[in-house]
Design a protein around this ligand. Sequence first.
Ligand SMILES: Cc1cc2nc3c(=O)[nH]c(=O)nc-3n(C[C@H](O)[C@H](O)[C@H](O)COP(=O)(O)OP(=O)(O)OC[C@H]3O[C@@H](n4cnc5c(N)ncnc54)[C@H](O)[C@@H]3O)c2cc1C
Ligand code: SF4
Length: 509
Amino acid sequence: MERVRHLIVVLGDQLTPTLASLAAADPARDRVLMAELHDEATYVPHHKKKIAFLFSAMRHFADELRAAGWTVDYVKLGSPGNQPSFSAQLAQAIAAHRPERIRVTAPGEWRVLQEILGWEALFSIPVDVLPDDRFVCSAPAFRAWANSRTSLRMEYFYREMRRQTGLLMDGDAPAGGQWNFDSENRKTAPDDLFMPRPKVFDPDAITREVLSLVEARFGHHFGDLTPFWFGVTRADAEAAFDAFVDRALPRFGDYQDAMLRGEPFLYHAVISQYLNCGLLDPLRVCRRVDAAYRAGSVPLNAAEGFIRQIIGWREYVRGIYWLKMPGYERSNFFSHTRDLPDFYWSGDTEMACVRAAVTQTREQAYAHHIQRLMITGNFALLAGIDPHALHEWYLSVYADAYEWVELPNTVGMSQFADGGLLASKPYAASGAYINRMSNYCASCAFDVKQRTGPRACPFNALYWDFIARNRQQIAGNPRMAQMVRTYDNFAADEKTRIGESAATFLASL
Ligand SMILES: Cc1cc2nc3c(=O)[nH]c(=O)nc-3n(C[C@H](O)[C@H](O)[C@H](O)COP(=O)(O)OP(=O)(O)OC[C@H]3O[C@@H](n4cnc5c(N)ncnc54)[C@H](O)[C@@H]3O)c2cc1C
Ligand code: SF4
């Protein structure tokens, strides 16, 4: 076989034609390697829909590259020559093609980067790792920003990103005279609100073949494989985003924090699975939203709320990830060690809010941000669940989960396990918050108004028990001090009842 110049390794979340490693290559002389790898599908037990989505999107992307003139070696899972790991698959390709160099765009995960950095020594071939330029802020630029500051709050980073991109800027000033409209994004959704639905796609022949493969190989993994409705091509992802802009974005801001029984998506975009594997470009989607605001079809609180999530939170958590890895994955500020309860997998709990979040996660490989943060995350924080076990759960169950984005959200934002590097206070809340932002409590076996006793909402006693347990660590936090004082002012017998209720409930886990 003729010797190839560069072997371009394209990873499963690099499905972007303008990817740095492809942009620097020549289809006439270079060859692309893509592979479905058993080790990557199982290093945590990924949701079946997530595996199917990625394998199908990869197969479609390989076809897109071939149509653009590339020679692509695509190794399907279980096909002859398919290897379990990146390195084993690459060894085989090197033996077949004897490339002069290996080229790869930097992976999103620290673990994979370590493997790639070992390739040069392992194969005695030069390996070029090119920066992933699909983000607004590079890892070195974030590090420089972080090193120049004492506080790493997202808000300041976000303002930098607004200035750098010009999104929602009127000259040097933010559109509407305000950087952040978060306080206008907390409406409770009435039960009879009209709900747009994310765009659904019928599985084509490629997806149907992948669905059979996933059922055969990973049938025992968590989650429902069908109905499978995700888009799997760039055109699908763009159509899904267009549908969101037309139908849901105008009210995205108002109901960003709301939760409703039987409504898994509300006014959310449901595009993170497309963004994170490269089918959608983050800056492009933000420019489109900016244009919709300028055209008067989207209010400012919606446009700003959406753009903040992407060039603010999404870029920021990636920066934190690369700043703090390795080691960040073992953060455990509160020394929490409790096992993850079985109901995180089964949904079998009387708590209506937790049951709803887990059930829709099983069905859709999706839950929106407030469900992840204030239901499953909040419960784990109050119950003292080991943050690493929780991290592995979040990484497994969502179609959009990759460690660079999931880990800071779980360990930093939802569990405060980094001691406040990312969040200014623990996102701990009692049942009152859930009752205010959702209609779950009306159908729950527990009473959200009761603080203690067998029928009291477990979030209530657990919340105050969390405050009592961790008062040393949180009393100095100005945003928690009031809650500590409130607890201190409870009568002694109320404190005893709180402790007993929390202990009884935790023992029942
Ligand atoms: C514990 C926990 C774990 C999470 N794990 C992931 C994960 O593995 N992958 C992931 O993409 N997001 C994760 N998030 C962030 C957020 O929940 C999802 O991005 C969002 O729910 C995706 O749904 P959507 O596309 O409908 O988002 P929308 O609410 O419509 O927001 C639009 C986009 O903004 C971005 N975004 C919003 N919030 C965040 C955030 N906090 N961090 C990064 N990007 C954000 C996403 O790209 C999202 O698609 C997590 C949040 C928490 C609290
Ligand atoms: S009463 Fe408590 S457990 Fe039940 S839905 Fe409301 S917050 Fe959740």
